[in-house]
Design a protein around this ligand. Structure first.
Ligand SMILES: Cc1cc2nc3c(=O)[nH]c(=O)nc-3n(C[C@H](O)[C@H](O)[C@H](O)COP(=O)(O)OP(=O)(O)OC[C@H]3O[C@@H](n4cnc5c(N)ncnc54)[C@H](O)[C@@H]3O)c2cc1C
Length: 238
């Protein structure tokens, strides 16, 4: 089984990188083959633009979805994108590892998603959720926050963590068909103290040791919504 850890943090000695290393070791000890995309060390370009493609479908107007589809079928992806798409398609388990920045993932990770989750390859107009092209793969978010757990609880100051993670859980991972496992969240990380942080690393290893027993998050089913969507969406998955 293959796992891909995509990690987004500018500091190599960060706690985020320590979590990524702990996760890698834990999975390898269970027999997983683990790849790590360390986006900052790779200097991964965060912005999707024309340079993502060596082919051109329409020189007059840049339509991202159409260029992605065209490039995919004509071997026209930029090498950094092509390499990450290959890693994504090969993996059985995707882990997104990041610190919460402004209630979201760092831009470099958002950019990885924008550039790598190709139209026509990982999703299509009627290939989403249970029909998404990444069905059969599992995904898990491991994140750190500066705020304490209470701030992310019911009626918390920042709002519930599930709400903050919905764009990734539902809008990216579930949308493309992946089975989304419960996130592992480390709160209060800068202020918790070394012992508490070491405990977080231990608990993360334990979380990964029971992957097969974790209950996946509920996701909507496209089939349950087809009647309410445009007629064009009701065609068979393409
Ligand atoms: C732009 C920006 C926006 C932010 N927005 C939000 C937000 O919206 N909500 C929110 O809650 N927070 C926010 N924060 C805070 C941020 O989420 C936290 O600072 C971050 O999650 C902490 O994780 P880290 O990996 O960066 O920790 P680090 O700062 O890298 O490390 C924390 C401590 O852990 C120590 N450490 C490193 N490795 C280990 C190890 N192996 N064992 C034990 N200790 C170790 C480090 O030395 C350091 O003392 C934001 C921060 C920034 C910069």
């Amino acid at each position: 089984m293959k796992a891909l850890i995509v990690v987004a943090h500018p500091e190599p000695d960060s706690f985020t990188l320590a979590l990524a290393a702990a996760g890698r070791l834990s999975l390898e000890q269970q027999g997983w083959e683990v790849a790590v995309s360390d986006l900052y060390r790779m200097q991964f370009k965060a912005v999707l633009d024309r340079d993502d493609f060596t082919t051109v479908s329409n020189p007059d107007r840049f339509n991202v979805s159409l260029e992605q589809r065209h490039a995919w079928s004509h071997q026209g992806l930029a090498p950094d994108v092509a390499a990450e798409v290959a890693r994504l398609l090969a993996t059985d388990l995707l882990i997104l590892q990041f610190p919460l920045w402004w209630f979201a993932a760092p831009a470099i990770l958002k950019g990885w998603i924008d550039r790598v989750f190709l139209s026509g390859v990982v999703y299509g107009r009627n290939a989403m959720f249970e029909r998404g092209r990444l069905a059969g793969k599992r995904a898990l978010i491991c994140l750190t926050t500066g705020g304490p757990a209470e701030a992310f609880g019911p009626n918390g100051l920042y709002g519930e963590i599930d709400d903050l993670l919905r764009p990734l859980h539902r809008g990216v991972l579930g949308f493309t068909g992946m089975t989304v496992l419960p996130p592992f969240v480390c709160h209060d990380v800068p202020y918790a103290g070394d012992d508490a942080r070491r405990d977080m690393l231990d608990r993360y290893r334990a979380h990964l040791n029971r992957l097969d027993t974790l209950e996946a998050l509920a996701m909507p089913r496209l089939a349950d919504h087809l009647d309410r969507l445009q007629p064009s969406l009701r065609r068979p998955a393409g």
